[in-house]
Design a protein around this ligand. Structure first.
Ligand SMILES: [Zn+2]
Length: 268
């Protein structure tokens, strides 16, 4: 039994053919029921000129032959069908069923390994740098060094939007058991770590979040005390200065009175 046969219904036809193309090895077969659901494709209709024909092509039980692939009209439709399938794929792999399929593929090393020696051939996860088409090609994310790399072109050469930017984080959050046992910190000045996001928000690991929140809580009263102390010191300083000025003024007045008295005495 293949690794995903317990989940996938193997739709066959165009979908099976498309996912088996050498450059599409990272893509999984999306259920035909998912593709046919208007809730899943409704927002895509206006983005494509030939949406309905392209959708029919995706759901077709026939696989294209070499003559089809030489036909310009077919290729135009095929390009749209590929992108529509890719965007539906991005949504499908975020469903519980899609995540379960991708978990097994990840654990089986279907998406390759991290090229960094320190990561000891850590399995990687496909990631796009955007949820929108034609922004970047597919990359792979290493959960150990938390960096994104270009995959082998022979295995994966399609639009990054077919996976989207949030997918690795969603997979790791849904299945904490697939996290690597240890991660490595890359801290050279030349190294800029890849910033993982989930639906556009920066993601930090739980330890970091709880640590910083405890620090923040313990810092808050301290900061408030410090601020209060600064205010008190500042206020005391002002009061002291004011008293000092008044004392000086009184001294000066007394001195001038005494001098006046002396002058009067001299005149007498
Ligand atoms: Zn790595």
């Amino acid at each position: 039994m293949s690794e995903e046969s317990q989940y996938s219904e193997h739709p066959g036809g165009w979908i099976e053919w498309f996912c088996q193309l050498p450059q599409n090895q990272y893509l999984t077969e999306v259920d035909s029921e998912f593709i046919q659901d208007p809730n899943n494709y409704g927002h895509l209709i206006k983005q494509f000129n030939l949406f309905q024909q392209a959708l029919q092509m995706i759901l077709s039980s026939e696989q294209p032959d070499t003559l089809d692939l030489e036909n310009e009209k077919f290729l135009e439709l095929y390009t749209e069908a590929s992108d529509i399938y890719g965007l539906l794929h991005q949504a499908f792999i975020q469903t519980p069923k899609g995540l379960a399929i991708m978990r097994e593929r990840f654990l089986n090393g279907r998406f390759g390994h991290c090229p960094r020696v320190l990561c000891e051939k850590q399995n990687t996860i496909p990631i796009g740098l955007s949820e929108s088409l034609k922004t970047s090609r597919i990359k792979v994310y290493c959960p150990r060094c938390k960096e994104a790399y270009a995959p082998r072109k022979s295995q994966a050469d399609f639009d990054g939007a077919y996976f989207g930017r949030s997918f690795p984080m969603l997979l790791l959050l849904t299945y904490p058991d697939v996290h690597p046992k240890f991660t490595i910190q890359l801290g050279t000045e030349l190294f800029t770590p890849f910033q993982p996001t989930l639906y556009g928000f920066k993601v930090r690991d739980e330890k970091q979040v709880s640590q910083s929140s405890t620090q923040l809580q313990s810092q808050l009263p301290q900061q408030q005390q410090q601020q209060q102390q600064i205010i008190t010191e500042h206020t005391n300083g002002i009061v002291e200065k004011e008293n000092h000025h008044q004392q000086e003024k009184q001294n000066a007045e007394q001195e001038s009175k005494q001098q006046k008295k002396k002058k009067k005495n001299k005149k007498q």
